[in-house]
Write a protein that binds this ligand. Structure first.
Ligand code: FAD
Ligand code: NAP
Length: 566
């Protein structure tokens, strides 16, 4: 590929031991004598950083191992033009410390990638996290020792760490997906993936640019690329629902008001279905008059973005209710697109609204009114190949200077599958999940004692504000470890029955919604050959937290607590 990809991709071979020493000032130098820790955390995004803080505060020895050369996870990698959060900035930040939330100043309703990254770096400094984070270090394997219940974690530099607990904060959206386009490597121009965006500015000026993919990443970047490129070709396979962000600067008065009422805002978020303080309309859709319905949809539309999927409580469970939301949506979108034929192509008809994450845009649909923007449906005319000069579809050849892949992720399981995780009897997690991921509460896996997952399959994860979600799971893990230590247990392991029950419960809840009707990445449908199944707990953030709390209060029901023989 001509475009740069993650320069921090696996550090292998000679010299990587030196990197480890450079980034681990606490003197880890031996590849033979594994450093003995309480907890190894893999990943330094929102989840891993909070895990380090929380577990360290609890008196545990903790190290974070991060593949990238800097912390931040999602917000380190996804630097494409227009990258922003789609949960309001004031909600998409840590809630565990009032000091942090009072001190930090968000400048916009939806923060840019660079502002979120700056926030995470600020938090790392405030909490003195860096000294326990090894950067540029990829975990290649995690192997259980059944006699001691310790995990041996090995890095690409061949360094080993031994820990009582292993926390996988590897991210649900961290394994970028590049489809196998025939001939892509032969393209002579620049190629970029939105999730592996270079650190240097990318110049679109005067260039013929293709964007492949119209998910959230494509939809955020397309309007900005269109402003600069000579010509932009958008290759769309499936149209997506997208609602304007209504982004705006946050005034001092607005921020002061929010900060004065942060406690209540957070209380509502923690008790909500999605981890933000907005509450759905009180009545089901069809119990409202047409005027009430319209007013409620309009209010949500003005709130912006992804929140539109939750105007009414039954919008994602009842097709008639969903159709009402869709009708409102379609009228709004058609009104801003000049060419009705282009509108036909841009408005989804294949899945109920909200069953894929609704994208949050700024002037996305208006972009297709520009003379320098073309929409190509690769459903109608599939991409056949890429050659040195551009993209060939079944009916045309597009001459290009640059290809932007906004093609998403091997979500939920991709980052975990890249690590050789071996549990009891040498069970390989990747093999155990060959027919679909199985967890208990999204936190534990039977056969893999003392291994915890954060924002993995079986949790609400991306259906909630992921920052609060990470806090919730880390808090649960920290309390579980404290319980084990307080009661003389060495291990905690989900039982097979509990995992089976949870998988069935997640499927039962998903089947009662419209989510399973979409070919979404929630279903694994975006990765060729991936087993199809809804991978998330759809019952809501607060409900999930209640279930996890009940399990803990009942002495970790569904988990075996294990003592080692003396
Ligand atoms: P990540 O931030 O993905 O961090 C995981 C880290 O683990 C990465 O740094 C990775 O390098 C590291 N890692 C993985 N494997 C290994 C390994 N083998 N060895 C060492 N390190 C490893 N969610 C929201 O709630 N609201 C939003 O507005 C929102 N916007 C998003 C925008 C984009 C562009 C994307 C891609 C996602 C967005 N998300 C959003 C989801 C987002 O992923 C989460 O909000 C959150 O940032 C995830 O944090 P995390 O720490 O769990 O994972
Ligand atoms: P995505 O939603 O999976 O979108 C990928 C796009 O690439 C889809 O349009 C897909 O088409 C297309 N594609 C994939 N393979 C293709 C192929 N072989 N040929 C043609 N097209 C192909 O990925 P994403 O946009 O990176 O977003 C992933 C998730 O990250 C989001 O759902 C969201 O949770 C998060 N995110 C959030 C924001 C935000 O607004 N804060 C921004 C970016 C990402 P199909 O639909 O046909 O598969």
């Amino acid at each position: 590929m001509a475009g740069k990809t993650r320069s921090e991709r696996p550090v292998t071979g000679k010299g990587s031991g030196r990197l480890w020493r450079r980034f681990l000032p606490y003197g880890l130098v031996s590849n033979v004598d594994a450093q003995r820790l309480d907890v190894v955390v893999v990943g330094a995004g929102f989840a891993g950083l909070y895990a380090l803080h929380k577990l360290r505060t609890q008196g545990l020895s903790v190290r974070v191992v991060e593949a990238a050369s800097a912390l931040g996870g999602t917000w380190y990698y996804n630097r494409y033009p227009g990258a922003r959060c789609d949960v309001e900035s004031v909600d998409y930040c840590y809630s565990f410390s009032d000091e942090l939330q009072q001190e930090w100043t968000w400048t916009e309703k939806y923060a840019t990638q660079s502002e979120i990254l700056a926030y995470l770096n600020w938090v790392a400094d405030k909490l003195d996290l860096r000294r326990d984070i090894a950067l540029s270090t990829r975990v290649v394997s995690a192997v259980l020792d059944e006699t001691t219940l310790r995990w041996t974690v090995t890095t690409d530099g061949g360094v080993t760490l031994s820990a009582r607990f292993c926390v996988m904060a590897t991210g649900p959206l961290s394994a970028a997906l590049t489809p196998d386009f025939n001939g892509l490597d032969s393209f002579a121009g620049e190629v970029y993936h939105t999730a592996e965006w270079p650190h240097e500015p990318v110049d679109f000026a005067g260039k013929r640019v293709a964007v492949i993919g119209t998910g959230s990443s494509g939809i955020q970047s397309i309007p900005i690329i269109a402003e600069q490129a000579r010509h932009l070709y958008v290759f769309q396979r499936t149209p997506n629902y997208s609602v304007p962000a209504g982004n705006e600067p946050l005034s001092t008065a607005q921020l002061d008001g929010i900060k004065a009422r942060y406690r209540e805002r957070r209380r509502l978020s923690w008790r909500s279905g999605g981890g933000s303080p907005h509450i759905t309309a009180p009545k089901p859709t069809m119990e409202c008059t047409p005027e009430e319905r319209r007013a409620a949809f309009e209010k949500r539309w003005q709130l912006g973005g992804v929140l539109f999927s939750k105007t009414f409580p039954d919008q994602l469970t009842d097709q008639t209710a969903n159709d009402e939301a869709r009708r409102f949506y379609e009228a709004k979108v058609r009104a801003v697109i000049d060419d009705p034929a282009v509108a036909d192509l841009l408005i989804p008809t294949d899945h109920p609204i909200g069953t894929k994450r609704i994208c949050t845009d700024s002037n996305y649909f208006q972009t297709f009114n520009k003379p320098n923007v073309s929409l190509i449906s690769v459903r109608a005319t599939p991409i056949e190949s890429v050659d040195t000069t551009g993209i060939k579809t079944t009916d045309a050849h597009y001459d290009l200077d640059m290809i932007v892949l906004a093609t998403g992720f091997d979500a939920m399981t991709g980052a975990l599958a890249n690590i050789e995780i071996l549990g009891r009897d040498g069970l390989r997690l990747r093999d155990e999940w060959a027919h679909g991921p199985r967890t208990y509460l999204g936190l534990g896996v039977d056969g893999f004692p003392n291994l915890f997952l954060i924002s993995g399959p079986g949790a609400p994860a991306v259906l909630a504000n992921m920052v609060l979600h990470a806090e919730a799971q880390v808090n649960w893990i920290a309390a579980a470890i404290a319980y084990l230590d307080g009661h003389g247990y060495a291990g905690i392991e989900a039982t097979r029955d509990a995992a089976d029950g949870w998988v069935a419960e997640c499927a039962r809840r998903a089947d009662a919604t419209l989510f399973t009707k979409a070919d979404s990445w929630y279903m694994g449908a975006n990765v060729p050959g991936k087993p199809r199944g809804f991978m998330l707990f759809v019952g809501g953030f607060a409900t999930y937290n209640d279930i996890c709390a009940e399990v803990a209060e009942a002495g970790y029901k569904g988990f075996d607590l294990v003592k080692l023989p003396r």
